[in-house]
Design a binder for this molecule. Structure first.
Ligand code: TRP
Length: 445
């Protein structure tokens, strides 16, 4: 089929735009907080290094070789059992689950753009009360901003991702990094900074459970956008002669660096204010606003810029979450983008509303199952179950189903033979075995 190609830098930008999102700045710090710090971070870093990067290259490889949507790619490339492998491609539908709660969080961020203009809370306690009030009682605000996030995302994807999104990324990613670095340098001067470093980088193994490990592994998939065909789908648009290994490594390094910087910033501020690290999903909304407030009017400007940039980082990720299924439907059923997105949008919207109401005190009981709210169920089932499963399928496919010569012929120009062997070993054995062991351990023991 005929898929448009990115410009050379376009792929890296789009892939980085996908990877760098709420996962880095919202989710990573709060998961680290909930899971006791250093040990979680270490497992996450190990997973990125030994599994994440190999899988990233595998997804790029499948996309680049097939130049097709995520479902058709498996059919095209499987030498036999095409009908069966096609089902691996359906992991792309995990995207609806992720997107639904993702858009709620982008909605919160949009709301905080307005709060930043004039109503920044001045203490961590006030900030906590403000955030908690919004999430657990304020249906109207969350509904309105969810819709804004939803329609912006759908609109961009209707237009095709290659036009607008490349340009938005080009401007806003540097802005986000710039603000984050500014906050970082400020944070290094605080007495909370060494405490933050200890918390993030000294592993306390007593806090590690099966759940910690599974969440760290799952988050490594989530943050690199792996395990559901996003990277595969973007790679289908790669220009002919891109160095896919270098591109993959750059994205992984950038993504990890941003998460770690965000973590150091947020925990420095939290510890400086004497607050608990296990703040939950509100961490970024609670730790940063009081710091911005300290700076007076300048702080308002920084706060607006920060939440705008974070909102866009979220949108560039949101777009990448829904693109794989959109491409699949337009490609296979010849639907227009609009028609595909109406169908996908209805599913996402419904799940999103259920997730939103699961946080609202009055209605939570209707959308709570087995003691777990729907928001948490969507988050947990996608990151900790579906993405790892998708990752295993991709690894097995590249490692055992595709012919080795074919895989080698694509990668040989960008890797030494020794590096190829290490990568191939990781894809064949380390990734499927390690991820399976982690999942089985958690789910059955
Ligand atoms: N990686 C993004 C983040 O960290 C989220 C994301 C985008 C994603 N595309 C994905 C997660 C595909 C899983 C799968 O915020």
């Amino acid at each position: 089929m005929n898929i448009a190609r990115f410009s050379r830098i376009g792929f890296i930008l789009a892939a980085a735009g996908s990877a760098v999102g709420l996962g880095n700045i919202w989710k990573f710090p709060y998961m680290t907080g909930e899971n006791g710090g250093g040990a979680f971070v270490l497992i996450y870093l190990l997973t990125i290094t030994f599994i994440g990067l190999s899988l990233f290259i595998s997804e790029v490889l499948i996309g680049k070789v097939s130049r097709n949507d995520a479902v058709s790619a498996f059919e095209d490339l499987a030498p036999k059992n095409k009908g069966l492998w096609k089902y691996a491609g359906f992991m792309a539908f995990t995207g609806m689950i992720i997107l639904s709660f993702y858009l709620i969080v982008i909605g919160w961020i949009f709301k905080y753009i307005f709060i930043s203009i004039s109503a920044l809370p001045t203490s961590v306690d006030d900030a906590g009360a403000m955030f908690g009030g919004m999430v657990t009682t304020d249906v109207l605000t969350q509904f309105v901003f969810f819709n804004v996030a939803f329609f912006i995302t759908i609109f961009i994807v209707t237009k095709g991702i290659k036009g607008g999104i490349e340009k938005v990324n080009l401007f806003l990613m540097p802005l986000l990094i710039f603000i984050l670095l500014g906050l970082f340098f400020y944070a290094t001067t605080l007495k909370g900074f060494p405490l933050a470093l200890d918390f993030l980088f000294l592993p306390d193994w007593t806090k590690v459970t099966n759940t910690t490990i599974l969440q760290a592994v799952g988050h490594a998939f989530f943050t690199l956008s792996l395990g559901m065909g996003t990277i595969m789908t973007y790679a289908a648009s790669l220009p002919k002669d891109s160095n896919i290994v270098k591109a993959s490594a750059s994205v992984a390094i950038l993504d990890t660096a941003i998460a770690l910087i965000a973590g150091m910033v947020i925990f420095s501020f939290m510890f400086n204010a004497g607050a608990e690290p296990a703040g939950g999903a509100g961490l970024v909304f609670i730790s940063l606003p009081p710091v911005f407030a300290d700076f007076g009017a300048l702080g308002n400007i920084f706060a607006v810029a920060f939440f705008v940039a974070l909102g866009f980082a979220g949108i560039t990720s949101a777009v990448s979450i829904i693109e794989p299924t959109t491409l699949y439907m337009t490609n296979r059923f010849k639907y227009s983008r609009k028609k595909a997105l109406i169908i996908l949008g209805v599913i996402t919207y419904t799940l999103g509303m259920m997730a939103m109401f699961s946080n609202i005190k009055e209605y939570a009981s209707y959308v709570t199952f087995n003691g777990k709210g729907f928001f948490d169920i969507l988050d947990f089932s996608s990151s900790s179950i579906l993405l790892p499963l998708g990752g295993i399928a991709i690894a097995v496919f590249v490692g055992f189903v595709m012919q080795k010569e074919r895989v080698y012929s694509v990668l040989k120009d960008y890797m030494s033979d020794r590096m190829f062997n290490v990568w191939y070993f990781s894809v064949r054995y380390i990734t499927p075995i390690a991820v399976s062991v982690v999942m089985i351990n958690k789910l059955f023991f």
